[in-house]
Design a protein around this ligand. Sequence first.
Ligand SMILES: Nc1nc2c(ncn2[C@@H]2O[C@H](COP(=O)(O)OP(=O)(O)OP(=O)(O)O)[C@@H](O)[C@H]2O)c(=O)[nH]1
Length: 329
Amino acid sequence: MAAELYVISGFLGAGKTTLIQKLLKEAFRNEKVVLIENDFGEISIDAALLKSSGVEVKEINAGCICCSLSGDFVKALKELLDRFRPDKIIIEPSGVGKLSDIIKACSDPRLKPLATVKCKITVADVKRCKLYLDNFGEFFEDQIKHADVVLLSRTETFPDKVDSAYKLVRELNAHSAIIAKAWSRITAAEILHPEHEHHKHHKHHGHGEHCSHGQGCSCGHHGAQVHGEHCSSGHHNHGAEDIFDTVTIRTKRIFSREDLKARVSKMEQGAKGTILRAKGIVRGTSGWVNLQYLPGDLKITKCAAGGDMLCFIGRNLNRQELVILFGGE
Ligand SMILES: Nc1nc2c(ncn2[C@@H]2O[C@H](COP(=O)(O)OP(=O)(O)OP(=O)(O)O)[C@@H](O)[C@H]2O)c(=O)[nH]1
């Protein structure tokens, strides 16, 4: 039977990895899953975090997913299918990847009997989606326009932003399902099959909550095949490398929570270029900690996976300054 392909896209820090963790736990628990991670930076923080969920993870770092996976996406995907014979393949493109490129690559006729695109989900952060559309529309619009399901994130934290985010998404994509419930109150099934759940939950929406789907959602039952030519190196516009800088730092330093917070705050104040996203796994005073940063939002949590690495993405970044600031090598 053909493996099912799920593409989880979304701009920087939207919540893709968090969603994948939810899908693995709730929907794909008894399935053989291979994850393809196309992270920014030289090392994949997401892959490290997801490996601790016990699934097979294939990392592709830096560059366009469809061109850089062993030089040939289709060939490499076929190899993965032969080697692991997965039931499901989840692809997490980098936040600055274009969904249309991935869909084209996945729709190559050579893959047809082996794997079928089942669902394309885009995660959109209600707080930041307007800002990202205004500034990085080329990437983010593409991710929204080509999605079957748009899952809004941070709706519980910013309920006043839900309506406007919903409208923005609907203007760009008249056909997708849009889910705006707090994630703790949605099941993975509801995300993967919004057409089933829609009627069940419709009556229960509270203020500011939507769960709607337009016509022609191709998730699951309608088949999500998109026809197009395979993207081969040099034949399409990559863009992201020209617009965004990435800096990866390795550091074995031990950070207390306060120390790490202070350094991040210095990074913001010192305006080391425009940092759009930072993440990493470093040594804390009592074990590994995972740092997740978006402008105005810092989370430091304990984590099982080890790392010694920090990755930054933004514009006009100064590697040397960041190395000094975080005690990197
Ligand atoms: N409060 C809240 N936090 C969220 C939500 N979704 C994601 N986050 C947090 O946002 C941070 C980034 O989430 P990730 O899942 O790593 O986002 P991503 O899209 O994989 O990020 P990139 O690695 O930049 O591609 C983490 O600290 C998450 O816990 C949400 O719906 N609500």
